[in-house]
Design a protein. Structure first.
Length: 212
């Protein structure tokens, strides 16, 4: 009989091919370029700015203020050169009211505005131009002394403007007066009536007074 030799046979298994695995790549960190003139490992330096000196700041402000003021002054002088040089004075012709508005004596209400006094006596009304005949100062009316007194050099005038003391050489002038159609007194200081020293007076000329 044939003998069958049993041999130990191991089961044959198919081996799977091994796949080579590679470890995952680590993310590469982005690196900043090194500063010019410094190494990559050099530390960053912080630049500190110095505060502005308040003294220098004030000096600059003052300097610019002076420069601006100087330029503005030059500009105004330049404009003034081309502007007409006129003096604005009050009108020489004006109304002072009705004759009945004035009582006997000296009325000083128009002295500041027109430099005149309205004087009325028993016979006439006239207007004195308030200018001292010595050096042109404006006298003051002194009711307690019943006279005009110049504060500059002491010239004295009566209530009618006639000089009697001090250096004044002659009486004060009188302005032209007339009555308009409405009955008001119109004064014109551009036309004055005078009494020159040693000459005939003009105080009785037509227009130098109004009869009342």
């Amino acid at each position: 009989m044939d003998t069958v030799q049993e041999t130990d046979q191991k089961p044959v298994t198919e081996e799977k091919p091994k796949v080579a695995t590679t470890p995952p790549e680590k993310p590469v960190k982005a690196t900043r370029p090194a500063a010019v003139g410094s190494s990559a490992g050099a530390k960053t330096r912080t630049v500190e700015t110095k505060p502005v000196d308040p003294v220098n700041k004030t000096r600059r402000v003052v300097t610019w203020t002076l420069v601006t003021g100087f330029l503005a002054t030059c500009f105004m002088m330049f404009l003034r050169f081309f502007l007409p040089r006129t003096l604005f004075e009050p009108s020489t012709v004006f109304r002072v009211g009705f004759p009945a508005d004035f009582g006997i004596g000296v009325d000083t209400k128009f002295q500041q505005q027109y430099r005149v006094w309205v004087v009325r006596n028993a016979e006439r009304l006239f207007v004195i131009y308030a200018r001292c005949t010595h050096l042109g100062c404006t006298p003051d009316w002194k009711p307690s002394e019943n006279k005009f007194k110049c504060p500059c050099h002491g010239s004295g005038y009566t209530s009618e403007g006639i000089n009697f003391e001090g250096p004044a050489p002659r009486p004060m002038d009188r302005a032209h007066v007339e009555v308009d159609p409405e009955g008001q007194i119109v004064v014109d200081t551009s036309k004055l009536y005078k009494w020159p020293k040693g000459e005939k007076d003009e105080f009785n000329d037509p227009g130098s007074f109004l009869p009342v």
